[in-house]
Ligand binder design. Sequence first.
Ligand code: GAP
Length: 441
Amino acid sequence: MPTPSESATNPGLFEAVVNLCKRRGFVFPSAEIYGGIRSTYDYGPLGALMLRNVREAWWRAMIQERDDVVPIDAAILTNPKVWEASGHLATFTDPLVDCRNCKERWRADQIEDVCPNCGSKDLTEARPFNLMFKTYVGPVEAESSVAYLRPETAQGMFVNFLNVLTTMRRKPPFGIAQIGRAFRNEITPGNFVFRTREFELMELEFFVPPVDSPRWHAYWCEQRLAWYTRYGIASEKLRLRPHEKEELSHYSAGTTDVEFAFPWGWGELEGIANRTDFDLRAHQETSGTSLEYFDQATGESYLPHVVEPAAGATRAMMAFLLAAYDEDEIGGERRAVLRLHPRLAPYQVAVLPLSKKDTLATLSREVLHRLQRHFMCEFDETQSIGRRYRRQDEIGTPYCVTIDFESLEDQQVTVRDRDSTNQTRLPIEDVVAHLLGRFDS
Ligand code: GAP
């Protein structure tokens, strides 16, 4: 396993994973037949499966396994007053500079006063560029019908705070969680799906009594770091990094990033912010609706503070792929293998009849249907069994179940493990329980 400093000089890994994503149907450049659109990607069959697994892994840890978090699914287009109150209209900006020589535009904080395209130092002064995509709601393109694509899902949780509090009979500490698309008109997207203009966010707004926010912030930093190791990223490839004061978002009193050792160096996977009562206070003032919580035990009303772990699903998927990619040698033959956590792999099981002959077809389909009730399965009966194992290794399928001619006699199949390549012979009726037992988290 490379250390972060080694991985920083490992562009080969990045290239190998990007190629594999295209070749095996994880990620395609968007609208490729029209020449694509810069830094925009479509998730192919395996990418769609894996992204769904990333979401589910987050949902499991953040909602299903807790009794203090509830989910919502808010609209992407909402009243523009939300963005006025939240401060996004005024301050959700990046500093933009133009190169007077080649006319390219850059984020001032990402270049060293030199145009990365042509090397010119003839750059304009930096000016704020708002990252929100603007559109119009309804048939009239007027100022009064302007709306924005959400740049974060968080505001959907804040404007529904009261609805959730009352309908779900909650009291702080409790959280509202949401997964959904977000849109930012990034000046310089890049590094594959690391920074795109459309991406997926997985966010929790955790509402706590104000005095408790430092404790909950520390708690969520630990929890979130542990989530990435639980799903297979080695701890030496992860770190927590508190933000410097000048890096903080307009709403944050303190943010710590979970960072991953990307092939180009450490990069943000998720931010855990202490948003204080910034958002609830702003919405209370702008809407004129009280968003205070009345604590019956103390007889006091207060605006809860918010601790927010905000993770990118698409960026997390990329990190899981980079961390899982490996090459080794099996029987003198080189293989590429994705050592993905079984719950993240696009397919959990591949069902492989040893031969395409009709004699195996009925039993193979029976085994497939039995497994499909529990796992995402691929059925493959073409090519040699060795090649089929390699194809499954390369896309991270943790288990292959092979049906051979003996299976017809003894009702047993062979289960092959991706990482060890060990093979175990098992009765068909035990296979589901055997595999479920291996999905420990
Ligand atoms: N509500 C807080 C918030 O949105 P953020 O740090 O701006 O915080 C959270 O974004 C996470 O979303 C980031 O840590 C990153 O994983 C992901 N993310 C942000 N911008 C992205 C982009 N342009 N492309 C892909 N992922 C992005």
